[in-house]
Ligand binder design. Structure first.
Ligand code: SF4
Length: 376
């Protein structure tokens, strides 16, 4: 096995068994803080000397969660609640829940009462980002988070540690962007399933460790000759494209993923934390103001469709697959605008429902085959 294969296989294993990664850090005597989607202030956890670990649901039968969530809550939160209630996350010192949509707002209270063994730290992001007060407000939210993290570690994060963490996170953003760009020339190796594993595994590693692994993957890819992909190329947009069976069906149909705007993948890495502009907390607040093209973040003029058109042109993608997370209101509000912009630009778009619990993919397979024919 080459180093490239070994690194890819290691990241795939992390995605297949996140609990193993949690145990790995706990066995090192480290404290782990679970981070719900989206945009949790991981940097504050990291700079406090703990490991932030992503919580993105997963396949499990929902039994206990039914007492807390209605049937129309999205699958990610159903699974997170079920895992919390049945003890899958035991060992975590706390969870952070950004109350960024209606379901996440409910999750803060459900978690507080349903999983009292793991303290819950809420954070509310400002949506009126044009107001200068939004920066002050967000700094005060970060300070509240820090106070709660202090109750776990017994020591307050310092500015030097936050500065170093911001450097580490910006470096990670950069390597993920480079991976996405370089992988377009190596679609024989970086299949949709592999690409997803490299992206998702970031949630289960301390960020400088993940940067080092992805850096090795990028360097190994650069040493290989560029591969001319014979099939068609698409961009994925939405919350996430799971389970892996969906990605395999893309491959079956000779479709490669050459870029994405998934909340679980590249959407996180578009905006770095500014290097100047004040102390660490202020710069993190400015990063929030710089984020764009996300259904969870209010932006005048709905720029996401235009952004996807540009991404298709840059990457040579011939179409966009909109991965509509089941029962996700924010994405449903965006969908008509995004589709209209893509159609106006002459870019085919297929909207498909995504549900991590799905066990049958025949409808997806058929619709994807028709989409391929439509792309010509
Ligand atoms: S944004 Fe959508 S998928 Fe995410 S938690 Fe809210 S409803 Fe669920």
């Amino acid at each position: 096995m080459t180093d490239l294969d070994q690194n890819i296989s290691m990241l795939q294993q992390a995605c297949a068994n996140p609990r193993e990664r949690l145990e790995h850090y706990l066995n090192q005597g480290k404290k782990v803080v679970g981070c719900f989607p989206y945009y949790p202030p991981e940097e504050l956890v990291h700079a406090s000397g703990m490991i932030p670990m992503g919580m993105w649901g997963g396949r499990t039968e929902w039994k206990l969660a039914k007492s807390y969530l209605p049937a129309f809550a999205c699958p990610i939160m159903q699974s997170n609640m079920e895992f919390g209630l049945k003890g899958t996350y035991e060992g975590m010192s706390a969870v952070i829940i950004p109350a960024i949509c209606d379901t996440l707002r409910c999750m803060t209270q459900n978690w507080r009462f349903g999983v009292p063994s793991i303290p819950m730290i809420p954070i509310v992001y400002p949506q009126n980002r044009t107001s200068p007060a939004s920066v002050d407000y967000l700094i005060s939210e970060f300070e509240t988070v820090l106070t709660m993290l202090y109750t776990i570690t017994g020591r307050m994060m310092n500015e030097a540690a936050l500065g170093e963490t911001i450097r580490i996170y910006n470096e990670h953003n950069a390597v993920m962007r480079e991976f996405s760009a370089v992988s377009v020339d190596h679609l024989d190796v970086i299949t949709p399933r592999v690409r997803h594993a490299v992206m998702k595994s970031a949630f289960f590693y301390e960020k400088s460790e993940h940067t080092a692994i992805v850096r090795e993957i990028v360097d190994a890819l650069k040493q290989q000759p560029a591969y001319s992909y014979p099939g068609k190329k698409v961009i994925l947009t939405g919350i996430s494209c799971e389970p892996d069976d969906m990605l395999d069906i893309l491959t079956e149909n000779q479709l490669a993923v050459v870029g994405d705007d998934l909340a679980q993948e590249m959407r996180q890495y578009r905006a770095d934390t500014p290097l100047k502009g004040g102390g660490g907390l202020k710069r993190l607040a400015l990063q929030w103001n710089n984020r764009y093209g996300c259904s969870m973040i209010h932006t005048l003029g709905k720029p996401r469709g235009g952004m996807l058109v540009n991404l298709c042109r840059e990457t040579g993608a011939q179409g966009v697959v909109m991965c509509m997370m089941k029962f996700c209101d924010p994405e449903e509000y965006d969908q008509p605008y995004v589709e209209a912009d893509l159609r106006q630009a002459g870019i085919p778009c297929l909207s498909v429902e995504v549900d991590q619990q799905n066990g049958s993919f025949e409808q997806f397979r058929t619709r994807l085959q028709a989409f391929c024919d439509m792309m010509g």
